[in-house]
Design a protein. Structure first.
Length: 276
């Protein structure tokens, strides 16, 4: 019965999600404020339905759903929708919200077509609060880096339009200033790096305590710490004035692609990060 309710709830959520995206795109192309307001309320409904789905899923499996790739993508998509709503309420900018919300829809559809797996490779006897905090903070860091990616893409798009003098009155209403985009790129990196570092240290401590044959040179451990070093080096170079803003944005885009590869592919090479 629970599976049936979850399935129907998820189907309704996806339909509303798709309708809200269509309304957002129509508003962006044709400037229909009324449609944008309707789209935002639909986004809010999607968030409520996603939250309800998560709660029912937690009730079904009796734990927080982040121990497998199937569950992780579900939680990650919920984080993106949450961030899009927060950004809409705080910054009042349309295009960043639209892009973040669109990425959330991509991960929702990925989750839809994945085979359902209720548990990951971690045995229940090895699950602890430390492991949950490790995975939870890692997902939050990945969501923050998604914001960095969105702001970087928008910065390059805005820069190109300004350089080629293709701006219109709508441009100034839809896009925040370039300086603001630069600030947001910096802030999200500053937030994401320490959160990910804390996650990795907790995860490494948990692994040392729980896994007898832990390989320090496990691919997942190496690549995750390399991501922290990568973002830290990018931040250092930018603060020292060694990167132009456009080059900084491009590097952050490539860095996020590495994060995505680490999230989906490198785990399969790990001896204990066996998400499936």
């Amino acid at each position: 019965m629970t599976d049936f309710i979850l399935l129907r709830l998820y189907e309704v959520m996806i339909v509303i999600y798709a309708i809200s995206l269509v309304l957002y795109f129509v508003d962006y192309l044709m400037k229909r404020p009324k449609w944008r307001r309707i789209a935002f309320w639909l986004v809010s409904i999607v968030w409520v339905l996603q939250s309800l789905y998560l709660l029912l899923y937690i009730w079904e499996i009796q734990r927080f759903p982040i121990l497998s790739l199937y569950e992780g993508i579900l939680f990650y998509s919920w984080l993106l929708v949450s961030l899009s709503i927060v950004l809409h309420c705080i910054a009042r900018v349309d295009l960043p919200v639209l892009l973040i919300y669109s990425l959330g829809f991509v991960f929702v559809t990925i989750h839809t077509f994945m085979p359902k797996r209720l548990s990951g490779a971690v045995h229940e006897s090895m699950v602890s609060e430390m492991l949950f905090i490790h995975i939870f903070t890692a997902m939050v860091a990945y969501a923050v880096f998604t914001l960095t990616f969105v702001f970087s893409v928008l910065y390059l798009l805005m820069y190109r339009m300004l350089k080629e003098k293709k701006t219109t009155p709508m441009f100034w209403q839809r896009f925040p200033p370039l300086e603001q985009m630069t600030v947001w790129m910096n802030v999200t990196v500053y937030i994401g790096v320490p959160i990910l570092l804390i996650s990795l240290l907790l995860g490494l401590e948990w692994a040392i305590l729980q896994i007898d044959s832990l390989r320090v040179f496990d691919p997942k451990i190496i690549t995750s710490f390399l991501i922290v070093i990568m973002y830290s080096a990018i931040t250092y170079a930018n603060r020292k004035g060694k990167l132009s803003n456009t080059r900084y944005a491009w590097i952050l885009i490539y860095a996020y692609l590495i994060v995505v590869i680490n999230f989906f592919l490198v785990s399969s090479l790990s001896t204990f990060h066996l998400w499936y």
